[in-house]
Design a protein around this ligand. Sequence first.
Ligand code: GAR
Length: 202
Amino acid sequence: MSLAVLVSGTGSILDAMVAAGLPVALVVSDRPCPAIGLAADHDIEAVVVRRDSFGDDFDRDAYTVRLTDLLVDRGVSLVAMAGFGTILGQPVYDRFAGQILNTHPALLPAFPGWHAVRDALAHGVTVTGCTVHLATLEVDAGPILAQGTVEVRPDDDEASLHERIKAVERRLYVDTIRSVLVGEASVAAPPVPAGASEGAST
Ligand code: GAR
């Protein structure tokens, strides 16, 4: 299996994957970011498919097709989103049905979306965590593969809590991907939810 990792940020989860020996063959980002430099440092092919070059209104389908073509061209068979900042459209889910994973910094189905850590703090939860799930067109809603919990401390702010969540994500995501790669975790094309429309796992 050939693994591609989609990133947009610091890439600390990507770093953990590489350190753990996962066979990362390709790293793709939607913007210039530290994670791309990190991939290059590890001699992993790194490609920036800039979302800001797809028009002021952002042509999501055209962007998705460009990214999908790249993954197909490189022979990718498993895709892991690790802090990827663009919602992808239907074409990638058609081509890689059931083969796209995501990690999210909350215990889904609680707190989906871009501000999961902030939202959890604002709601006053005492326990939050992270979720590794199969990505589907519906944002942060695909079948859950693994979850890890993190206690919220009274003095936590968004940054401190997110950092402790990421420490759990780095282990949980690596372990889950490894299980998928060796065939222990079954990854199958999920049913399309009724009424699914615009959106994708972040
Ligand atoms: C992770 O916490 C990941 O769950 C989150 O971005 C972070 C990436 O960290 N993803 C999302 O919030 C997507 N909804 P990193 O850049 O240090 O690897």
